[in-house]
Write a protein that binds this ligand. Structure first.
Ligand code: UD1
Length: 421
């Protein structure tokens, strides 16, 4: 197993390029299961999660060619309809193959996802939506086993206790493209990744309107063709670099990001006193004054993303004063709190809120990554801390960040990967 070693503190300077969005690439890859024709997906980031999806597709009988910067996917004649536990347990996004396989083959068997470090993550909305389209879904031996004679359009309300669901919206939207008649998804997720998927499906010949709003309409078609997609820039990776600039008191330019996807983060960083300027597709982030604490509540898009909560908490631990972070998507997503405490952070948990009292200087320490975004937060904290920080279990980081240590070292961080004894 690898670990990331960081010697801090560092002040980041320079330019960094954003990769394609993991959370867009994965459902788009799953969508190719709806056609028999060749699809080309560009700007797919080389990540562990993408590899897991490639394994799922290959296991189903789909040909996947990995070329520099793009994937060529040929689903023609894939016969298998099973997504096994060994892959789904690696990554919950695997579950979004259920809708496409069922729509194409009229039967599907997808492992029921297990537990997850960021808390309970049910799939009831996925099941509710796909059942509403007329599929018979049973839970057998740890698998969701689905069958249908023909999916039929329906009106589905997809709101849960924590609001809309990104992957449930994706799953139902993909299934509905080949259903007979019209489907309406009410309380659909509005995330940019849902829009990216809908754009790709429409290029394949689907008839989807309203993606990006809470109300998506899908007119079913008989078949879908092959298509080409270019995945949108990863707003969470871009956001992580922006917070990295803030926590290190740096001055960096994030290249190729979508400013319009980062509204909630930009707003909070500016409230905190960070200077953010936009130059075309580049975003310059610099610290020119003493930063102030800000309160943050995570919410579905366009609210503050839960996937940037841990990184923002790392920043708040270094700012003089008190800030309150409230997690409204995953109330237990606080595994990073005790690791940040090992670095001297002062954080008190109260229900779904964390009360952070900024300290003068974090202190480097050996810490352990528990999930993808928590790992990123620990790396950011390590760059701000005095002395050496070793972040172990970095396979979490490799799930969602394309060579983060290389990108950060280009910005001047003293960071490298080591084999753990
Ligand atoms: C996606 C993102 C993940 C991000 C999350 C929230 C991908 C591959 N992953 O995950 O990085 O953290 O959105 O922005 O895109 N819920 C239910 N029932 C369901 C499904 C979800 O109650 O059937 C709840 C979840 O527990 C959570 C909330 O809905 O409280 C939102 O989760 P959801 O949007 O579904 O997350 P994912 O799509 O799995």
């Amino acid at each position: 197993m690898d670990k990331i070693a960081i010697e801090g503190p560092t002040r980041l300077r320079g330019t960094v390029e954003v990769s394609g969005a993991k959370n867009s690439a994965l459902p788009i890859m799953a969508a190719t299961l709806l056609t028999d024709e060749k699809c080309v997906i560009k700007r797919v980031p080389p990540l562990r999660d993408v590899n897991t999806m490639i394994k799922i597709l290959r296991n189903l009988g789909v040909k996947v060619q990995v070329e520099p910067g793009r994937l060529v996917i040929e689903p023609k004649g894939y016969k298998n309809y099973i997504a096994p536990y060994k892959y789904v347990k690696e990554m919950r996004a695997s579950f979004c193959v259920l809708g496409p396989i069922l729509a194409k083959h009229r039967k599907a068997q997808v492992s029921y996802p297990g537990g997850c470090a960021i808390g309970n993550r049910p799939v009831d909305l996925h099941l509710k939506g796909i059942r509403a389209l007329g599929a018979d879904l049973k839970i057998e031996h740890g698998y969701v086993v689905g069958e249908t004679r023909q999916l039929k359009g329906a009106h589905v309300y997809l709101g849960g206790a924590f609001g809309s669901s990104v992957l449930a919206t994706d799953n139902v939207m993909m299934a509905a493209t080949l259903a007979k008649g019209r489907t309406v998804i009410e309380n659909a997720a509005c995330e940019p990744e849902v829009v990216d998927l809908a754009d790709f499906l429409n290029k394949m010949g689907a008839k989807i309107k309203g993606a990006g709003t809470h109300f998506i309409e899908i007119e079913g078609v008989k078949r879908l063709d092959g298509a080409e997609a270019e995945v949108i820039p990863d707003r969470i990776e871009a956001g992580t670099f922006m917070v990295a600039a803030a926590i290190t008191g740096g001055d960096i330019t994030v290249k190729g990001a979508r400013f319009d996807h980062l509204g909630a983060l930009v707003d909070k960083l500016q409230d905190s006193g960070v200077t953010i300027t936009r130059h075309g597709k580049d975003i310059r982030v610099r610290v020119q004054r003493q930063l102030r604490p800000v309160d943050i509540t995570t919410l579905p898009y366009p609210g503050f993303p839960t996937d940037l909560q841990a990184q923002m908490m790392a920043l708040m631990t270094t700012i003089n004063g008190i800030s309150v972070i409230t997690e409204k998507i995953y109330p237990d997503r606080y595994m990073h709190v005790s690791e940040l405490a090992r670095m001297g952070a002062q954080i008190k948990l109260e229900g779904d809120s964390a009360i952070v009292k900024g300290v003068k200087q974090l202190s480097g320490a050996p810490v352990m990554a528990s999930d993808l975004r928590a790992s990123a937060a620990l790396v950011l904290a390590g760059m701000a801390a005095r002395g050496r920080t070793d972040v172990s279990r970095v396979y979490h980081l490799d799930r969602g960040y394309d060579k983060i240590e290389n990108k950060l070292s280009q910005l001047g961080a003293n960071i490298h990967r080591e084999r753990e004894e």
